[in-house]
Design a protein around this ligand. Structure first.
Ligand SMILES: [Zn+2]
Length: 161
């Protein structure tokens, strides 16, 4: 269950479903996700990356673990491009255009509504995780040709390592 799904695993392209009730099962999933994220030295992880199609994201930017349920971007401002990596796409980096500032809404594990205003890198991380919940990966910001070349290289490196 802790195994990180690697592209092109089809589950990574599916949309995650909203969590209806924050119960013991959701808590268990979030714990598994946090464990998988820390084991793989990631800073964020979305549930589809461990094969679960629920709208749950975990992020730790060095300020402790944050779990977000049903997160969504309400508004965004500005744009910039930065290279990003992803635990589901080992050893590759892709330039991704994202909003500089986002207003995000979600729920925490206690069922409390969270409204976050995020600027710069932290906002980028949350946008990346919310993309996962919508079945979007960083390689989908590339042209099909570039994506195929890059993924071929990634899979070869994985086989050779
Ligand atoms: Zn990712």
């Amino acid at each position: 269950m802790n195994e990180i799904r690697i592209y092109p695993d089809p589950i990574l392209r599916k949309k995650a479903l909203p969590v209806k009730m924050i119960d013991g099962q959701v808590k268990e999933i979030a714990e598994h996700m946090a464990e998988a994220m820390y084991t793989n030295k990631g800073i964020g992880l979305a549930a589809p990356q461990i094969g679960i199609l629920s709208q749950i994201a975990v992020v730790d930017l060095g300020e402790g673990l944050r779990i977000l349920i049903n997160p969504e971007i309400i508004e965004g401002e500005g744009e910039s491009v930065l290279e990003e990596g992803c635990l589901s796409l080992p050893n590759i980096e892709v330039p991704v255009k994202r909003k500089d500032k986002v207003f995000l809404r979600g729920w925490n594990m206690d069922g409390k509504e969270m409204n976050l205003e995020l600027v710069g890198f932290p906002g980028r991380v949350y946008q990346h995780e919310i993309d996962h919940l919508n079945g979007i990966l960083i390689v989908h910001y590339l042209s099909r040709l570039k994506r195929e070349l890059l993924v071929k290289k990634m899979l070869k490196r994985l086989r050779d390592s």
